[in-house]
Design a protein around this ligand. Structure first.
Ligand SMILES: [Zn+2]
Length: 139
């Protein structure tokens, strides 16, 4: 059993742990990484504050899930918005045609639905979801 205690950059105690023998080097590396960042609880708290400031709903899940999901979420939303923006630019005047305008409206609604997802685990599980799937609502 390999275990090492350390102090996170926020001052809270941390512990690196790998079950089994012979993981001393890996545990030392994990502890060194941990010393350079705040603990999961502090990262989750900071992430929630940033989300609120950006107009996003608070995430739900464990501190570790929230901290991870908060790193994923803004980029996924931004990529979907950028894709929609570039599609509209490509369409030009055709964006006003009724069927196309309707599809663009659905795509905007799907981005809003994406923004409203608060389950941190969902963001982690779907972190590779392509933006085009977001726009057509396949999530
Ligand atoms: Zn902390």
């Amino acid at each position: 059993m390999s275990r090492k205690t350390f102090t996170h950059s926020c001052g809270h105690a941390g512990e690196a742990f790998i079950p089994g023998c012979g993981y001393g080097k890996q545990v030392a590396y994990m502890a060194e990484q941990g010393e350079h960042q705040p603990c999961p609880a502090c990262r989750a708290k900071a992430a929630q504050e940033t989300a609120t400031a950006e107009g996003l709903p608070a995430l739900e899940g464990s501190d570790r899930q929230i901290a991870w999901a908060a790193d994923i979420r803004p980029g996924m939303i931004q990529q979907a918005e950028q894709l929609l923006h570039s599609e509209v630019a490509k369409l030009g005047d055709r964006a006003n045609e009724p069927v196309i305008a309707g599809n663009l409206q659905k795509a905007r609604a799907n981005i809003e639905r994406l923004r409203a997802i608060t389950n941190a685990g969902w963001w982690i599980d779907n972190r590779s979801l392509p933006s085009k799937f977001v726009l057509v609502g396949r999530f």
